[in-house]
Each structure stands twice: as structure tokens, then as C-alpha cells.
Design a protein around this ligand. Sequence first.
Ligand SMILES: [Ca+2]
Ligand SMILES: [Ca+2]
Ligand SMILES: [Ca+2]
Length: 246
Amino acid sequence: MDVTNTFGVTITRIFFIITLNFNIVNLNAQSYTGVMFDTQEYTRVQISSDTIEVYSEIVTECARRCALLDDCCVASYSEDTSTCVLDHSGSCCIDTFIEIGWRTIKKQTANASPTCTNCLVLDRSQYKIIDDEKTWQEAVDECKCQGGKLIEIETKKENDFILTELESRNTGALGYWLGGYNFNNDFDLEWISNPGQDMPFDGTGVGEPNNPFTELCLAAWEDIDFNWADISCGAMCPYICEFSAD
Ligand SMILES: [Ca+2]
Ligand SMILES: [Ca+2]
Ligand SMILES: [Ca+2]
């Protein structure tokens, strides 16, 4: 009897999953109000000060609401409760977590050039300073998701430009993550894009880097006038994304 029941439940689950997978295909890259959305089943966005919950009869209504909001890129919808959670942080790089009964829809940006609003411009690069504090790896991921990279400073000109900006901001931040990491188990740091190469320009402060085994990540550190220092990668810091026109 138990075996039969278990078998029955298993069969039901299999059909449930097949049905949802079919929906993914149907919903993928669907247009709502002229805006294309991708769908990810079984996930939802975290409730935060950047989210609002509204009632929506169907997922299309939830997508339409997001499509009409300039600062909404990601929304989650629950068919069970007709709840639509709209994220209005302006970011398309929102952490989601797995939850049955929910799906997350995201405005398509894959083929669009990276949008960089309120960014600093120097030569062929744009820079976005983000005050939201993250670990070094989280900062790497966020910049990548936004279509750029954690900043890599190749010249004195670029370094002076960024330093001047950081000094003038005076936000009290301990430092800002840069895209340097100690690859190759040695005593210096390399840019993520070129882990096998010495940095073409060295902006490290006096006495830095000083902890090649415990401080593997690079930051522009306030204490030493935003010169560079090796820092423990788990520290929480604001960071700078670089978007290159090349
Ligand atoms: Ca650069
Ligand atoms: Ca190294
Ligand atoms: Ca250090």
C-alpha cells in the first residue's frame, strides 16, 4: 500500500515537473508590454527595502507592472497566492533563492550594451562607484552581471582619476575593492584579466602588500590615501565597476 502510494506521488511529481519545464520553454523570452522577459522557475527574489508586493491575477500582470516601472528589472510571482514581488532597486543583478511555487522574471538585457548611468568617464572606460558593501567575490560577480568588470587600473592617469574621485567623496568607507587578486601563490597581486602578468602600473601604498597568504584581494584603502593594499577578501567594502568600450 505504502509502496503504491509512494509510486503514485512519484508519478504525480514527474508530471508536475514536466509540465513546469514545458512552461519554461513557453515563457522564455516572452514579451510583455513590448519588453522581453526571461523566466526562471522555482526561484524568487529576497524581500528587502527595494521590493514591493502587489496582487496580480496572473504572471502577465506582474510582468506588465515591472515593464512599466523604469527601475524594475526583476520580479517574482507566486501563482498560489497571486503575489507579485517587484524589485525596484534598478539593478538586474538580484540574488534569488529557490522556492517551489514561485518563478522569477527578468527584463532581457543580454544583447543590450551595458547601461552605465551616472558613471564617470575617462578615455574609453566608464566607472560606476557602488557604495553597497560587498565581499570582494560578490563585487566581482556584481560588476560582471552589470556587463562590466571590477575595476582594473593600468595607468597612472587612470589611477589619479579614480583617487581624486574617491578622496572627494569622503563617505567614510574604509576602502574600495579593485579587480586585483594574488594569483600564483607569490608575493604580488595581478589583475583578474591578466593573472599571469605583472601589473603595468603599481599603485600600492608603502608597506603593502604585506600579507600574501591571508590578504589576497586588492583595495584602494582610505588609511593610506586610497593607495592600494592587499586586504582579506571577506571584508565588506564598496567597489568600482569598469565598463570598457573596447
Ligand atoms: Ca582600466
Ligand atoms: Ca601573485
Ligand atoms: Ca595588507
